[in-house]
Design a protein around this ligand. Sequence first.
Ligand SMILES: Cc1cc2nc3c(=O)[nH]c(=O)nc-3n(C[C@H](O)[C@H](O)[C@H](O)COP(=O)(O)O)c2cc1C
Length: 361
Amino acid sequence: MMSMGRAFRVTLFGSSHGPEVGATLEGVPAGTPLDLARVQQALDRRRPVGRRLATKRQEEDRLVIDSGLQEGCADGTVIRGHVANQDVRRGPYEQMRDTPRPGHADYPARVRYGATADLSGGGIFSGRMTVGLVFAGAVAAQMLEPQGIQVASFTRAIGSREGQVRDSMTLDEVREGSSRNEVGCPDAEAAQAMEADIEAARREGDSLGGIVETLATGLPVGLGEPFFDGLEGELAHALFAIPAVKAIEFGAGFRAARMRGSEHNDPFFYDGEKVRTRTNHSGGILGGLATGMPLVFRVAVKPTSSIAKSQETVDLSRHEGARLVVTGRHDPCIVPRSVVVVECVTAAVLLDLMMRGGFYP
Ligand SMILES: Cc1cc2nc3c(=O)[nH]c(=O)nc-3n(C[C@H](O)[C@H](O)[C@H](O)COP(=O)(O)O)c2cc1C
């Protein structure tokens, strides 16, 4: 299924080299005001243009709303939004039809869908499909804001470089700091080193992965549905749809396995009328429900699979081994462009859970 969410339902359509990519959004109440300029800003953050370190594919990504809006407000029907694919070059993909790229979806997709499926540019497995996710999430973020919920994602690490980000940093500081460099990391010094590492990897015909961290504040205590549809399950389900996301950890994550209960437990205290915790190893989630502390999680993004180095693969028509040098235009590191995608997917999941749990007016 190309859909996520139950109350706020997002369905993706299009493909990398088809005419368009986008999403339909269901569940936005009639009369909800939507600022399309802000949605466009989010789409612009996803674009490679202006980023020295990204793919040379140049897409304008101008959002067109096909239905569901009247005079700046949702009309209660399905909202359909798309952007056109303009800079399509099929040539490099024709050459690779029979020689699947190691690390990309080419091989299993070809076995599953057959040789006639349009997998040019990655087809539906392309990072371009995240346009629809950003559109949906940027709408969701606007709907969450009046409820006091804010989401901010940033680059925590690229390759072996890790940014130092104080726990006390506010969402606004994180946003401001990460908007100052191409990699989206609030630690300016680390960001410089990351940029240099990406550039070096690109020169070597190679690529780098990294970690995107997300903070969300203002979640009502108890947000999340019991058991299977808790906050962790719903977020993981949606975030793993983002191409190249390979792992997720909430709060202390894998470190929790090496801690003692006395160390890992977050002690409660009264902060005025509010119950808070002294530490936040839980990442703001207990039993799948929001504790009211900031939601904190990290996703691992793998290094871009399409690299310019010669790699071992197979020739599916000749049934023999082959070598492949991937041509075409690819990001040497997907992490900086994934930041806004992770942020938007988080907003879409939180809005859906707000609606399902009766927290959304
Ligand atoms: C914003 C974005 C851009 C991407 N750009 C590329 C790219 O230029 N080249 C590439 O090989 N993979 C790119 N990917 C990742 C692939 O789409 C992904 O690795 C592939 O579909 C296989 O899926 P998997 O890595 O989740 O297993 C991108 C992903 C995102 C989120």
